[in-house]
Design a protein around this ligand. Structure first.
Ligand code: BES
Ligand code: ZN
Length: 576
């Protein structure tokens, strides 16, 4: 990849040179391309090659078919990204923390890499890559790869650009190729871990993630060596559409996890866990997405247990399980509540919900409880070794289970309800609900409050973020405005600087039309673009006919230009 970032035109332009493994009879190669401006295709020596660009499909883009001369192993595509390139978000200085320099970020998963790189953009394809990225001084480029030139190099004959080189020698699926450019700084947190962030954010980011080295050690203790060399985290500007993205060697993360007290670091445990589940063993198709996210959600919780103990891990499991139950009762399409989905012809994003995450993790916990932790852990560690750098289907997973964990026990599949878990909607009856004693105490306080105990008399001492989350989420939708006020006065929810607590509270505030929280709601919706936060808030507003619809439309008109295309696409469906 040889690309120059033009922040004025908001395009990346240059070449992608693909080295191919071709069948002896191959006469052409077909690449995925979406919203790219293809300027020409040549062979390694610069001789033009014939190519055609098919009719673009609104979701999948177009096939770029290149004629291959006998024995050709390299094609060079010259191209530019366009204003419709969905993977890239070009931020104006005003959308950054530092407010001085622009920023560029990419998001490849699920099928957006094809909007900035012409390649075979399927998760079952793996490729190594190297890149040279030229950016305007004094900006810095980072990628999901080994950083060969941490400080960049001068570009001969061009004093305004600096070049950054990268290489990723381990074959990865294309959705994991990632790039960010900005006024980015670095702080080590240990020998093989560190934090990247805008200069204005780096101190806060490094403090929040100071335990990064211990996370990696905890993960390795569970399921074997970390295979990617360094593990760094990049904290992005607030419009990053996801909580986190497991780009290899360099997790991308939202700044909304910087709570100041390390209370939201389970997100980093999650993205780190993907270094095994997802990045080493990759879902072969997006119908097998649960193999990435369900395994990772399970593994994330095991890391949290190692780091913070059983109580915290159980709280996190319970929050996930409650959220799964909400999702199961609200998803309108039964097929989307299956672990293995059928998304043929559809956007893989349609399968994104709590199902692959929480139903997937619940299924693995059932396996753990059935076979015992010792046997289960040995199996999972073996699974990561057996299929490292390979893709996996749901059927392949079943085959592996049959040959390993459940071998020689013909009744096991029925007892587990294996088929029902993987291929049927809903939650099988043998799902085990996590029991958190801490949450039982929280629920007792909710009950006391609803029966008339004033908020300031509730027993909440020592509560951690997850207990507050559970408290707010357990409150009924039928509180009086006096009760809302009483809670807010006692616990200052509206002015919480913890994004998860604020998010839970704002949802409740909308349902109750609690006006004192509406300015904070507007600020929250216009100051960050994490889809998991903004989308449910707009949905809740739209359900409040009259004032809610009016507010949703007014705020979205203002906020939409600040959001990434991924967040826009989802909210566009809600706010109409
Ligand atoms: N890989 C996902 C993000 C993703 C999934 C992006 C599908 C595009 C398509 C990432 O690992 C993730 O799950 N992030 C979560 C946080 C996690 C702690 C549940 C998120 O962003 O909310
Ligand atoms: Zn994930």
């Amino acid at each position: 990849l040889d690309l120059t970032a033009d922040f004025r035109a908001k395009v990346l332009k240059g070449t992608a040179a693909l080295t191919l493994e071709t069948a002896p009879t191959a006469k052409q190669v077909v690449l995925d391309v979406k919203a790219l401006d293809i300027e020409g295709v040549t062979d390694a020596s610069g001789e033009p090659l014939k190519y055609t660009l098919g009719t673009p499909h609104p979701i999948f883009g177009a096939p770029l078919t290149i004629e291959l001369p006998q024995g050709a192993q390299k094609v060079v595509v010259k191209y530019k990204t366009t204003a419709n390139t969905q993977a890239l978000q070009w931020l104006d200085p005003s959308q950054t923390e530092g407010k001085k320099y622009p920023f560029l970020l990419s998001q490849g998963q699920s099928i957006l890499t094809r909007t900035w790189i012409p390649t075979q953009d399927s998760p079952m394809v793996r490729q190594t890559y190297s890149a040279i990225i030229r950016v305007p001084t004094p900006l810095k480029a980072v990628m999901s790869a080994e950083m060969l030139t941490p400080d960049g190099e001068a570009v001969p004959g061009n004093g305004t650009l600096r070049a950054f080189r990268f290489k990723m020698d381990q074959a990865i699926p294309p959705y994991l190729i990632a790039l960010a450019i900005g006024d980015i700084d670095f702080r080590p947190t240990g020998d093989r871990t560190g934090v990247y962030a805008e200069k204005a954010t780096i101190a806060r980011a490094a403090a929040e993630l100071e335990d990064l080295e211990k996370f990696v050690a905890a993960a390795e203790n569970l399921y074997g060596p970390y295979r990617w060399g360094r593990y760094d985290v990049l904290i992005l500007p607030p419009s990053f559409p996801f909580g986190g993205m497991e780009n290899p060697r360099l997790t991308f993360a939202t700044p909304t996890i910087l709570a100041g007290d390390k209370s939201l670091v389970s997100l980093v445990a999650h993205e780190l866990a993907h270094s095994w589940s997802g990045n080493l063993v990759t879902n072969a198709t997006w119908d097998d997405f649960w193999l990435n996210e369900g395994f990772t959600t399970y593994f994330e919780n095991r890391i949290m247990e190692e780091m913070y103990g059983k109580d915290r891990a159980l709280m996190l499991q319970s929050l996930g399980f409650a959220s799964l139950q909400d999702t199961l009762s609200s998803l309108k399409e039964p097929g989307l509540t299956q672990l293995h989905t059928d998304l043929k012809g559809r956007d893989p994003d349609d399968g994104f919900s709590d199902i692959p995450y929480e139903k997937g993790a619940a299924f693995l916990r059932l396996l753990e409880q059935t076979y015992g932790r010792k046997k289960f852990d040995a199996w999972l560690k073996g699974y990561f070794t057996r299929y490292a750098f390979k893709s996996m289907t749901t059927a392949g997973f079943v085959e592996d289970l049959r040959e390993t964990l459940i071998k020689g026990d013909p009744g096991a599949e029925d007892r587990l309800k294996l088929n029902e878990w993987l291929y049927k909607p809903g939650l099988p009856s043998n799902a085990v609900k996590p029991q958190s004693e801490a949450f039982a105490r929280v629920e007792a306080q909710v009950e006391a409050f609803t029966k008339g105990t004033p908020a300031k008399s509730l027993v909440t001492e020592g509560w951690v973020t997850q207990e507050w989350q559970h408290f707010i989420e357990s409150l009924p939708d039928t509180l009086t405005l006096e009760q809302m006020k009483d809670l807010d006065t006692a616990f200052s929810f509206t002015s919480s600087r913890n994004s998860e607590i604020l998010f839970a509270w704002l949802k409740l505030a909308i349902v109750h039309h609690y006006e004192p929280a509406l300015p904070a709601l507007e600020t929250f919706l216009t100051s960050q673009g994490r889809r998991r936060f903004v989308s449910p808030l707009y949905t809740a507003l739209m359900a409040q006919k009259g004032w809610g619809v009016e507010m949703a439309k007014r705020v979205y008109a203002k906020a939409r230009p600040l959001y990434h295309s991924v967040t826009r696409a989802t909210v566009d469906e809600t706010v109409k």
